[in-house]
Design a protein around this ligand. Sequence first.
Ligand code: F6P
Length: 325
Amino acid sequence: MGKIKTIGILTSGGDAPGMNAAIRAVTRAGIYNGYTIKGVYRGYEGLMRDEVKTFTTEDVSGIIMRGGTILKTARSQDFMKPEGRKRAYETCMREGIDALVVIGGNGSLTGAQAFAEEHDFQVIGLPGTIDNDLYGTDATIGYDTSMNTIMECVDRIRDTANSHERIFFVEVMGREAGYLAQNCAIACGAEAAIIPEDMTDADQLAEFMHRGIRKSKKSCIVIVSESPKCGAMYYAERVKKEFPGFDVRVSILGHLQRGGSPSARDRILASCMGVGAIDAIKQGMRNVMIGYRYNDVAYVPFSECIRTDKPFDKRLITVLNELSI
Ligand code: F6P
């Protein structure tokens, strides 16, 4: 493998606050270390269509505080197929891109792994997703900002829940993971969280209703992880039927959880990870995601980071249960 001269960078999948800080960090650290940096627009779609621009340090000025991604993003079906990845490889050859930094979540890094293996290409991943579901990193870029956004929203919902003495089921994102729901429930002083890692079955819901409401509380907040079958609406309907004495409302926070200016923590995480990505390329590392563990950069092979069984800290469940009496 020859010496790396030009590095492509793209964002893929759902956007996350802090992606711009990561783009800035990769660009600036790359240029600082003598590389040419090429921004690829619209994720893998743009890589297949050759939507590429050489970046200067000025191209990433004034973006560290902006939510979303200046590179735009997409969920690409075509890149999931070998023909799509071949087109992407042809763009890299045409543009002289000899290494790629991909900022995205589980699906994006799965695509990165396939591309790297098929074309023997040097790819480095950065975990960019509000879901925090990637293995090998304590936090993903965007997770902290999203938690803060949810917390602000739920604090407001609490005011009206108290005034009307209502039960609110607040649905948050997270795909298959309950990190956002569980930690936000703790941060908001919610009475319960319903997460995929600890599914509340019928009896648990009933038990919670008796324990949490009947005793002392007339209003309460339950944070529910999104789910096609049993999201906030499902639980609200059940409570309406099984506990008709309660006034129940649902609030689905939706995409507002993904927007907004990144928190200090996300900006710093993204900056350190971006510098870590260039370091990894300098050291000749291939096909790893840059994680952050125990206050230090970690290099996590793609095959590890996309595992679906990221350990969930069950102590968080105890913390919420003990504090929500
Ligand atoms: O992966 C990030 C995420 O926001 C998930 O939490 C959510 O399930 C999904 O993306 C929503 O995707 P879209 O914006 O494509 O509807």
